[in-house]
Design a binder for this molecule. Structure first.
Ligand SMILES: *Cc1c(COP(=O)(O)O)cnc(C)c1O
Length: 217
């Protein structure tokens, strides 16, 4: 690609409704590339490994207004560091992790915004709640009052047609609406859509898209 990071950010933003947040997924990007993205207006970065993100945060300390999003699978032995170093955790994919983050949030008096990672298509390689599992865990999740449960997140399996992808994004949006009607009015975010499929995710109601390769090349 001959285009610059700034060109590509501008191009994505031009097509995006103003209400949709563009998270630049920097897991394979250098801090220099992240600075370029910052100069082009990006304030939200997504990382999938806790320790790498902490190292980058150190190097980018002079850019104070970055919102850090954890998007990768979170092991329980990294939960404390994730809580203390990220503003959002999108990848809360099991009740035990939500409960652990809740305990840690109380213990450390830390605010954290989270998304519940759901999996509404068969995909053995990805984790996440099925609709039934999530519904069954709602009462326990309601007791996790020290974490801010603000949305649903999903990652699609590889190899779907655009129509299949759109269908699954719409199912996630419908699940959010179902939760909203059952006293979960504060679940308003839909973190879905990556470089290959974000247009479909936006069509289905995504509020946060997570773009890596299309921003950083
Ligand atoms: C890597 C990653 C992305 C970005 O993927 P691209 O295809 O490079 O846009 C988004 N979400 C998650 C969870 C990821 O791990």
């Amino acid at each position: 690609m001959n285009s610059t990071i700034a060109d590509r950010i501008l191009q994505i933003k031009q097509e995006l409704p103003k209400t949709v947040k563009l998270i630049a997924v920097s897991k394979y990007a250098s801090v220099e590339a992240m600075r370029e993205a910052y100069q082009a207006g990006i304030r939200d970065f997504g990382e999938s490994r806790v320790l790498e993100a902490i190292a980058k945060k150190q190097e980018l300390q002079d850019l104070p207004d970055i919102t850090w999003h954890m998007i990768g699978t979170l092991q329980s032995n990294k939960a404390r560091q994730a809580l203390l170093n990220f503003d959002w955790i999108h990848s809360v994919d099991r009740l035990s992790l939500a409960q652990q983050l809740n305990r840690l949030a109380i213990e450390t008096n830390t605010q954290i915004s989270i998304c519940l990672q759901v999996k509404l298509a068969d995909d053995p390689s990805k984790s996440g709640w099925s609709e039934q599992e999530l519904i069954a865990n709602l009462a326990s999740l309601a007791q996790c009052q020290a974490i801010q449960i603000k949305g649903l997140m999903t990652i699609l399996p590889l190899g779907l047609t655009p129509q299949q992808s759109l269908n699954i994004f719409q199912k996630v949006a419908a699940l959010k609406n179902r939760l909203n009607s059952q006293r979960w009015q504060n679940i308003n975010e839909l973190s879905m859509g990556m470089s290959q499929d974000y247009d479909l995710a936006v069509k289905a109601g995504a509020t946060m898209i997570r773009i890596g390769s299309k921003v950083f090349g």
